[in-house]
Structure formats: structure tokens, C-alpha cells
Design a protein around this ligand. Structure first.
Ligand code: UD1
Length: 429
């Protein structure tokens, strides 16, 4: 199994290109199931989760062609996928595939909307809490689906097709909103989704669906209106930049000091996180090519942060912020409100000498003046990268084990960081 070796202590200087957002690319690829024409997606990140979803879609009979590089394409350019779900040969998504990635469960929505049936294994994914699918099922039932659960599979049927409805989510859910949105595009009549997730990836997917002929308004706000259409067609869409990757590298620079241009980043996608970094004493300058992040001389000030749905501070940056605060001048408090079990990084950060105590949903981090490199284990996707951030500022060597989690969500992380002066290498096998 691959590992990453880091020798800490180098400041970061240079440019890091920001990739397309994993959390938009996955639902966009799934949305291709809604039409028998080709959906072309540009700026798709090269990630293990994307490759896995290609296999899952392939199992349904979807043809995916990855366009080769063109002259003038730069090294980190995202890939272009031509996705054609002309003939759906199988409406079952098997356990062996779905159990590896939670988002693949979302195929239930387009399969049900277009083929009027789907049999999808209950999902797996990062072990960060129970992560049920009750709200996704509730949304599909509101749209007229008959749903049963048998042998670990969700079996969904809508013999006459789905029908528009009012769906009110009792809590904000990204997965629920994606599923309701995709399913409603082909339902008869109009659908209202209230208390919808406002994450930028939802608006990106809705934008693509509209290019495919859907009639969606209000995506990116808590109230989305969908006027069902009989058929969707092909389209071309560029995946928006990854706000979590952006925030992660911003925190890495904040941790080591130095100055890095995050090229292609869009500040409005992560304003809450940028505000927290500014409060911590980091200099954040949006410019034409993205965001410049620097910290020179001044130390890190402690912060108090609570994770929240967009536009709040994202849960997917909580572990990275915690790593940063291990070196703050004083005590920080971070409260996790989205996932109940998302503190697995705490014990791994302690291996660097970090002082963190947990009380229910709140972590108190007492900043220390030095971290020391250590062997650590990646637990989930975002937790893994928090260990990399700590290692970049720790004295001596860190070995991050089990990095397949990193490969699920961060494209060529070690290349991007070493290009800015970090001593980081992948050790294969
Ligand atoms: C998505 C993101 C993930 C991010 C999360 C929150 C993708 C591929 N993943 O995950 O990176 O951390 O949003 O921003 O986009 N819930 C229920 N019942 C349900 C569905 C969800 O109780 O049927 C709960 C979850 O357990 C969690 C909360 O709702 O406590 C939010 O989950 P949700 O927004 O759906 O997260 P995901 O879509 O799984």
C-alpha cells in the first residue's frame, strides 16, 4: 500500500493549480444517466473516486471516453469525459461497487426517473458517522416511487414515471438535494424542494441539468423549483473549481508560512473559511487568477469555529483547520455539527504532540510551539490531508500510511506541494 513521506519545516512558495471539484464531478457524471445523448464534462479531476464511478456507470451500460491531452494543455489540466448513457442495460448497482463510495448510491435517482426502476445497494464511503439514506428515500417516495429494502438493496419502482411533489427536508442534506433534483427533472409536473442544500456543487449540477433541457430555478438557495420535462438532451459543462482543495492548500500555506497563488480558485465558494483564516492572521488576496495566500512572520491566532451547511464553515475543512490550530498561540474551539463521528484525526494529530481534548461535538485545541514528525494513519478523506498539513510544519520525518483515502479526493497532492518547496514523496508498495 502506498505511503507518503514528509520532512517538515519548509515554507511553501509558488503556484498550486486548483482542480475541478470532486463533489460536483461525481453528481454531474451521474446526471449523464438522465439522457440517451452524450454529456461532455470538462475539468473532471483525476481521482480514485472518479475512476470508481466510471466503473459503476460502465456496469449500467454507460460508455465513457476520456479525451487525450491536446497541445497547449497544461500538466494539471482536468480531463474531459464524454459520457453516453444511450442504452442502459442494467438498472442494478451492486454492493461490490456501491459499498466503496457513498455518492454512487445517487444513481438511484436518474435510473428511477428515466427507466422507472432501480436496485441499488445501500452505500459505504468514509466512516464519518452513520450517514443514513432515509431522507433520500423520503424524497423519492414523495415523487411517487414505491420503495422497499431487501437483502441490503434499495429497490425502487415508479411504473408510470415519477410525479412532481413538494419535498421539505427536515435537515439540510447535500445528498438528498442532489437526488431530489435529478429525479424531479423528468417527473410529470412541478416540484418544490424546500430547505434544500445551498452548496455551490448543487448549483453547478443544476446549471448543467438546465443546459440539458431541465427547467430548474433557485438552485443555490433553500428553495428550488423544478418544472418536469419529458426528455433531457446532451450538453457540455465545465466542473467548477474544488473549494475544499482550495481551502486545504490555503491552510497548508497558513501552517508553513510563505506565499502561494491558488490558481483557478474562486473565493466566493469558500468565503467563510477565508474569513476564518484572515482572523487567524493569514493574508488572503483574491486576484484575477484565483487567490493569493501568505503568512510571513506573524504567528497563527486561535479561532472559534462551528461547522455548518453552506455558506457556513464546511465540515470538509474541519480537520484541516484543526491541524492548523495545533500551532496557534492559544486555545481554539472547533464544533462539528454535520457528522457526529468526524474527529478520528484527533488521535492521529496527537502523535505529532498536538494537545486536543474532546467534549461532545467540540474540540479544544491548545496550540503548541512545536510539532514532531511521526508515523500516522489516514482514516478518512479529509482527515488524511490534515495529517499532511501537520507534517509539513513538524520537525523531522512523518510517514502517512493508508493514503488511498487521499487519492480518493486530492489530485496529485504530493506533486502540487513539492512544486512549492515541500519535501514530500510517495513511496509505492
Ligand atoms: C456531502 C459531501 C461531503 C460533505 C457533506 C456535508 C459529496 C460527494 N459529499 O456528503 O463531502 O461532507 O455533503 O457538506 O458531495 N443525513 C441523514 N439522512 C439522509 C441523508 C443525510 O440523516 O438521508 C444526514 C447525514 O448523516 C449528515 C447530514 O445529514 O449528518 C448531512 O449529510 P449530507 O449533506 O447528505 O452529506 P453527503 O451528501 O453524504
Amino acid at each position: 500500500m502506498d505511503r507518503i513521506r514528509i520532512i517538515g519545516g519548509n515554507k511553501l512558495h509558488g503556484t498550486i493549480p486548483i482542480s475541478g471539484a470532486k463533489n460536483a464531478a461525481l453528481p454531474l457524471m451521474i446526471a449523464a444517466l438522465l439522457t440517451d445523448e452524450t454529456l461532455i464534462l470538462d475539468n473532471v479531476p483525476r481521482l480514485a473516486d472518479v475512476a470508481l464511478l466510471q466503473r459503476i456507470l460502465g456496469n449500467h451500460g454507460v460508455d465513457i471516453m476520456a479525451a487525450g491531452k491536446r497541445p497547449g494543455d497544461h500538466e494539471y489540466q482536468g480531463q474531459t469525459l464524454h459520457i453516453s448513457a444511450k442504452n442502459i442495460i442494467d438498472t442494478t448497482a451492486p454492493y461490490e461497487l456501491v459499498s466503496k463510495m457513498r455518492a454512487s448510491f445517487w444513481v438511484v435517482a436518474p435510473l428511477l426517473a428515466r427507466m422507472h426502476e432501480a436496485k441499488v445497494s445501500l452505500p459505504g464511503g468514509c466512516a464519518i458517522g452513520t450517514r443514513p439514506v432515509d431522507l433520500l428515500i423520503m424524497a423519492l417516495e414523495k415523487l411517487g416511487a414505491e420503495i422497499s429494502i431487501d437483502g441490503g438493496y434499495v429497490i425502487a419502482k415508479a411504473p408510470g414515471g415519477l410525479k412532481g411533489a413538494t419535498i421539505e427536508f427536515p435537515k439540510v442534506t447535500v445528498s438528498g438535494t442532489h437526488v431530489a433534483l435529478m429525479a424531479a427533472t423528468l417527473a410529470k409536473g412541478s416540484t418544490i424542494i424546500s430547505n434544500a442544500a445551498c452548496e455551490p456543487e448543487i448549483a453547478d449540477v443544476a446549471g448543467c441539468l438546465n443546459k440539458m433541457g431541465a427547467k430548474i430555478t433557485g438552485a443555490g438557495t433553500p428553495r428550488i423549483l423544478i418544472e418536469g420535462v419529458a426528455k433531457l438532451h446532451g450538453a457540455r459543462h465545465t466542473v467548477l473549481p474544488d473549494r475544499i482543495e482550495t481551502g486545504t492548500y490555503a491552510m497548508a500555506v497558513a501552517m508553513t508560512g510563505g506565499e502561494v497563488q491558488l490558481s483557478g480558485a474562486r473565493p466566493e465558494l469558500l468565503q467563510a473559511a477565508l474569513d476564518v483564516l484572515t482572523e487567524a492572521g493569514v493574508s488572503i488576496t483574491p486576484n484575477n487568477d484565483g487567490i493569493k495566500v501568505s503568512r510571513n512572520g506573524a504567528g497563527i491566532s486561535p479561532v472559534t469555529v462551528t461547522t455548518a451547511p453552506f455558506p457556513g464553515f464546511p465540515t470538509d475543512l474541519q480537520a484541516q483547520l484543526m491541524a492548523l490550530m495545533t500551532r496557534a498561540k492559544g486555545a481554539s474551539h472547533i464544533t462539528e455539527t454535520i457528522f457526529e463521528n468526524r474527529f478520528m484525526h484527533v488521535q492521529e494529530l496527537a502523535r505529532f504532540g498536538a494537545k486536543i481534548s474532546l467534549d461532545g461535538e467540540t474540540a479544544t485545541i491548545d496550540g503548541v510551539s512545536k510539532l514532531r514528525g511521526a508515523p500516522v494513519m489516514a482514516t478518512d478523506l479529509r482527515a488524511s490531508v490534515s495529517l499532511v498539513i501537520a507534517a509539513l510544519a513538524a520537525d523531522g520525518e512523518t510517514m502517512v500510511n493508508r493514503i488511498y483515502h487521499l487519492d480518493r479526493g486530492f489530485e496529485r497532492l504530493e506533486e502540487k506541494l513539492s512544486a512549492c518547496g515541500a519535501t514530500i514523496e510517495r513511496i509505492s508498495g
